[in-house]
Design a protein around this ligand. Sequence first.
Ligand code: SF4
Length: 155
Amino acid sequence: MSDSTGYLRYSEEQVVWQEVPGETALAYTITGCSVGCKGCHSVDTWPKGSGTLLTPDYFQQRLDDYQGLLTCVVFLGGEWQPQALLELLVLAQQAGLKTCLYTGLEDVSDDLRKHLNFLKTGPWIAERGGLNSPTTNQRFVDLSRGELLNVRFLG
Ligand code: SF4
């Protein structure tokens, strides 16, 4: 289900260094995830329509504000509104930045993949752990190089 505005909404915006290896990324935690992982640490972000609107104008303003300081943008969710997400990915690419998506799904559409440099897939399964666990089910792939980067997350 899409937000009635057609835009994504976010609960958190921050600059991060861990989520995408080797990159300084502007990260948005997108609200409305419906994957429903048991033990999800972000249950408060599940309600659709919660959080702050992430309009293309606002996003472009943030890219302008951070010009020269970022190398990447990362969306933690948002694939459930592919058109809204695509529009933001294109803006990031036009600003010369790499793009990354964290999804709890096993894959996303080719349309999205075409506009992503990095993709993290897989739901949260507590007993397997996250990307920093050798037994994780999750995968972090550099799509540009076709390279699995999980090893970069291991302590
Ligand atoms: S995909 Fe992420 S945000 Fe969604 S339920 Fe699973 S852990 Fe939570």
